[in-house]
Design a binder for this molecule. Sequence first.
Ligand code: ATP
Ligand code: MG
Length: 392
Amino acid sequence: MKEIILCKYGEIALKGLNKSTFESMMVKTIKRRLRSAGEFKVTRSQSTLYVEPLGEDVDVDEYMERLSKVFGIVKLCRCGALEKDIRVICEKAPEYAAEALENARTFKVNAKRSDKAFPYKSPEICSELGGAILDKFPHLKVDVHDPDVTVTVEVREDHAFVHTDPIDGAGGIPVGSSGRAMLLLSGGIDSPVAGYMMARRGAVVEAIHFEAPPYTSDRARMKVESLAKLMTPWCGDIKFFCVPFTEIQLLLKKNCPEELFTILMRRLMMEIAQRVCDKEGDIQALITGESLGQVASQTMYAMVCTDAACRMPVFRPCVGMDKSEIVDIARKIGTFETSILPYEDCCTVFTPKHPKTRPSVEEVEKAQNSFDFEPYIQKAVEETTVTLIKNR
Ligand code: ATP
Ligand code: MG
């Protein structure tokens, strides 16, 4: 039986005049993400995208897996496509849903008839198909309120589609619909989650990483690149910028008060990130994985000092989350196991013993101005490398 995947969208169905722009972005994303899975066709109608795998031996599970990471889709239904004939529906739908029905005790049939020319009305489809299912699976009982399995038949233009319970899609809105942002990506747990969350709200995400060789190793950088790679099934391809940061860190250590070291380092990271964004062009914001109060550099006072060095808005989607909530998302998106691998980060290598938790902007600026970092900032920006981390 031919199978097709119906992708249903949530929020974007409500977008009014912009709806078709959002749909086009989603179609574009789907085409890109599925390209290497095999041939397929995507069509849209009635707030649903139809993805039809083509050719022999298609691995529909693989298509489902990839589609479950496309933002904008809230539900995915793997369907059998049947001829629009009630006899065919009654014969084939129970076969298609057999596995789910065998393992259930109760079921119901749900019919949607968007093709009003179909001669059977929804309640008639339900009773015909319900009867056919009971004939084939006599152990089942009908429960319309809380069934173990719902068999849905959607009679649309070309086919009647049959499916059992849909799976959750990734939610959010299509990548590309909100702008483009630069994620400060460390090797930790939080920043990949932050990037994922912004992509889910439609941002195209690029990443910048600060390394401090020889204090940080090649392996540490490779770990961060793997994290970026793990983000790509959700975010799409990521441009990965890598900044040599050792010289600036050593100068900071030598020339500035130790208790302000982390906050000054953070400000210099922001400064460099913004210049890399200027150079790259068309990037509207920065993203970090900071969470309020998590460490000394993430108190409100510290964030005020960091933001005082920023011309661009800084998004911190993890700001109000507990670590355990961030970890849950990291596990869900598949970055957690890599994030917890041991590694050195340029931050941890130079951590002061007693960082100030209530720095003021004046003292921080004064400390930063006591040394001329400008030539070193320029040099770091010039020496920043860029690689494209591809989804597949
Ligand atoms: P994470 O788990 O994301 O590393 P964290 O809890 O370890 O966060 P910090 O190390 O204080 O917190 O870093 C806070 C944020 O600063 C990170 O989420 C990240 O956005 C950014 N950041 C820290 N170190 C780096 C780095 N080496 N390169 C790029 N960004 C960094
Ligand atoms: Mg970190």
